[in-house]
Design a protein around this ligand. Structure first.
Ligand code: NAD
Ligand code: TDX
Length: 339
C-alpha cells in the first residue's frame, strides 16, 4: 500500500505518519507538504531516513507538482490533512483558507480521478456543523446535522466537504470524510489553545482567555484520531462521513486552570481578553456511527492525555521555543497586542 499524506509536517498529519509507519511496516508513506508557517520539517526528523518514507515539498494547489507526484508514486490512497487550520488567522485573512482548503482539495481529487485511486480520505472538522448552545447538553453533532458554519475557516472546510461529496456522486470517486473534534497532543502548533497556554505559563506570561472562557470544546488525544482515520481507510464505507470525538467536553477556562495547576503556576496569570469574532459556543460530537460500524472508541482519558502532552512540551522545549522565537512573535503582537 502506497499512501500520500498531505499536510504531514503539521500537528495531526505528523502524528498520523508516525502511527502508520509503526502500525503498517509494509506500507510506503509519502508526505506532501508546502511547509507553511505551520509545517515543520524538524517534526518529521525521526522518520526522514525511514526506508518506507518520502518527503516532498509542494503545494496541494500546484496541479503540475501534484500530478508529477502521482506519476512517480502511483498511490493507492490519499489522506488530505493539508489545510490552513487556525480560526483566528481565517478571521484576519480568509483568502488563503479558500485557496488551500477548497482549491487544494479539488486539485488532489482531480489527480485521484486522473490516475485512479482506491481511496481519497478528507480530514474534516466538527466545526462544519456550527455550534451548539450551552444550555442544551443533550444536543450533539451527528453525521446528519446540517452544515452551518461560523468562521471563514469552517466555511472553507465545509465547502471542501461538499466538493468531496460532489466528486463521489458525480464522478464515482471512492471517498470518505471524517469530522473530528479538537485534538491535543505532541507537535501541536503553539498558536492553539493548549500549547499556547503551556508555553505562556512556562514563560510566566499572561494566559489570554477569550471572552468569559465558558466556551466548550470536545477534546480528543491526537493518537486516537489517527487510529480512527486508519480504521476508516481500511474498514470505512465509501461515500460515508464519520464523526470522531472524545466524549470529553470541557470549558476553556477549566483547561487553562488544569494547565496552571500541572505546571505549578498561579491562576493570576489568567487574563480575560476580547472575544473571538463569531466565537462558537460549544462543540460536541456523537461518535456512535464509528463506534457501532468500526468498533472505534477513544482510548486516552483526558487526565492522562493532558499529562502526557504537558510532559512532551517540557521535554521538547527546543521544538516550540524555536517556533515562538521566530516569526510567531509578530503574529503574537498582532493578535494579542491590543486585545
Ligand atoms: P496544522 O496547521 O498543524 O498543519 C497543517 C499542515 O498543512 C502544515 O504542515 C502545513 O505546512 C500544511 N499545508 C498548509 N497549506 C498547504 C498547502 N497549500 N499545500 C501543502 N501543504 C500545506 O493543522 P492540524 O491541526 O494538523 O490539522 C490537520 C487537518 O485536520 C486540517 O485539515 C484540519 O482542518 C483538520 N482538523 C484539525 C483539528 C485540530 O484540532 N487541530 C480538528 C479537526 C480537524
Ligand atoms: O489564546 C487563545 N485563547 C482562547 O481562549 C486561543 C488560541 C484560543 N482560545 C479559545 C478559543 C476556542 O474556544 O480556546 C478554544 C480553542 O481554540 P483553538 O485552539 O484556536 O481551537 P478551535 O478554534 O476550537 O479550532 C480547533 O479545533 C477544530 C482547530 O484549530 C481546528 O483546526 C479544528 O478544526
Amino acid at each position: 500500500m502506497n499512501i500520500i499524506v498531505t499536510g504531514g509536517a503539521g500537528f495531526i498529519g505528523s502524528n498520523f505518519i508516525f502511527h502508520m509507519l509503526n502500525k503498517h511496516p509494509d506500507y510506503r508513506i509519502v508526505c506532501l507538504d508546502k511547509l507553511t508557517y505551520a509545517g515543520n520539517l524538524s517534526t518529521l526528523a525521526p522518520v526522514m531516513d525511514h526506508p518506507c518514507f518520502r518527503f516532498v515539498k509542494a503545494d496541494i494547489c500546484d496541479r503540475e507538482a501534484v500530478y508529477k507526484l502521482f506519476e512517480e508514486e502511483h498511490p493507492d490512497m490519499v489522506v488530505n490533512f493539508a489545510a490552513e487550520s487556525h480560526v483566528d488567522r481565517s478571521i484576519e485573512n480568509p483568502e488563503v483558507f479558500l485557496r488551500t482548503n477548497i482549491l487544494g482539495t479539488q486539485v488532489m481529487m482531480d489527480a485521484c480521478r486522473k490516475y485512479g485511486i482506491k481511496r481519497y480520505h478528507q480530514v474534516s472538522t466538527d466545526e462544519v456543523y456550527g455550534d451548539l448552545p450551552l444550555d442544551r447538553p443533550d444536543l450533539m453533532f451527528t453525521e446528519e446535522t446540517p452544515i452551518h458554519t461560523s468562521s471563514p475557516y469552517s466555511a472553507a472546510k465545509a465547502s471542501a466537504d461538499l466538493m468531496v461529496q460532489a466528486y463521489h456522486r458525480t464522478f464515482g470517486l471512492p471517498v470518505t470524510i471524517s469530522r473530528c473534534s479538537n485534538n491535543y497532543g505532541p507537535y501541536h502548533f503553539p498558536e492553539k489553545l493548549i500549547p499556547l497556554m503551556i508555553a505562556n505559563a512556562l514563560n510566566d506570561k499572561p494566559l489570554p482567555v477569550y471572552g468569559t472562557g465558558e466556551n466548550v470544546r470536545d477534546w480528543l488525544y491526537v493518537e486516537d484520531h489517527c487510529k480512527a482515520i486508519d480504521l476508516i481507510l481500511h474498514k470505512g464505507r465509501v461515500g460515508e462521513v464519520y464523526n470522531i470525538g472524545g466524549h470529553n467536553e470541557m470549558k476553556n477556562i477549566d483547561i487553562v486552570k488544569i494547565i496552571c495547576k500541572a505546571l505549578n503556576k498561579p491562576e493570576s496569570l489568567i487574563t480575560y481578553v476580547t472575544d473571538r469574532k463569531g466565537h462558537d459556543m460549544r462543540y460536541a460530537i456523537d461518535p456512535t456511527k464509528i463506534h457501532t460500524e468500526l468498533g472505534w472508541l477513544p482510548e486516552t482519558k483526558f487526565v492522562d492525555g493532558i499529562q502526557k502532552t504537558i510532559q512532551w512540551y517540557l521535554d521538547n522545549k527546543e521544538w516550540w521555543e524555536e517556533i515562538i522565537n521566530g516569526e510567531y512573535q509578530n503574529y503574537y503582537k498582532k493578535m494579542y497586542g491590543n486585545r
